[in-house]
Design a protein around this ligand. Sequence first.
Ligand code: NAD
Length: 346
Amino acid sequence: MRDFVYSAPPMRVAFGAGRLAALADELDHMELRRVLVLSTPEQRELAERVAGLLGDRAAGVHAEARMHVPVEVADRAVKVAAARGADGCVAVGGGSTVGLGKIIALRSGLPIVAVPTTYAGSEMTPVWGLTENGIKKTGKNPVVLPRGVVYDPELTLSLPVPMSVTSGVNAIAHAVEALYAPDASPIVSLMAEESVRAMAAALPRVVADPGDGRSDALYAAWLAGACLGQTTMGLHHKLCHVLGGTLDLPHSETHTVMLPHVLAFNAPAAPAAADAVARALGCEPLWDRLRTLGAPSSLSALGARREDLAGVVDQAVDAPYSNPRQVDRAALTALLDAAYDGRPPR
Ligand code: NAD
């Protein structure tokens, strides 16, 4: 019996190579007159280019976004946006930059237009994150959902191949967990399977030639972000959040190491989701596909220490979250051990 709720997010998405050139038109749709352009320090040049395209519509560039949005970075950005008289922000970059825009939106209500340059998918979600005293708080608020998103695959050409692979797997992880989410719906499941199919097909092309496959990979990332924004994630995202937060492991690499293990663990309890993923991967196990892409395979190589894993198990067992398969300490310990060593899932 079908039984679901689906609510379409109130946002406008423009997609296409060269779309960045029409960013001012997108701002017109949102009636934004003076936007602060956000980026990381590494992407300042791109942010300056975007500000140049906007001319008088740009209230300047603020290139101070950092991973996990440290509170002092957020405080400064909120002040700069107010001091420059901005009526909105354009976040140009990956999840860290979009994340900074979200905190400005949360604190001051200024709308965001996102111009994503990775496959992380934050631009499609109402989820914000803020790190204070080493602890990352997250929350959900519709005010942080970008009002507009401009996807331009040309902006992803500079994303190094290893990060393209791990960021692409980060996107696949959103789609996988959306397939067995308690609030899945037929549209989300269609988007999720298509996302896995498109990303799994695009990444080998990106690896073979970094100029190839970019449009399909970003298309897959959009779909995955939409899945992430509309469903409740399970064990995989919980584990990655704990691993990233407590062991300070890199975001997309951690997703890449963990996903084959969690997928294999959950498959018996979520057969329809496992079938959809298998169809999307052409029946090749995810683990095998990732090896051909040269993706990282072990938590130890990412800097984790074996003695830290027990604490991760504690946190993951203690916190309530939805997952199709019951999680116990022994199963989680075995799963994390295999991921730590870089052994294939059983
Ligand atoms: P990132 O935004 O931290 O980017 C990593 C580095 O790559 C940065 O130096 C960035 O400037 C650079 N970079 C980005 N795009 C580039 C490009 N095209 N060319 C060259 N360099 C480029 O990485 P991310 O994986 O996109 O984001 C990770 C963060 O986003 C984490 O903090 C994660 O928790 C958060 N996130 C949040 C959500 C959400 O819904 N709230 C969703 C996904 C990720």
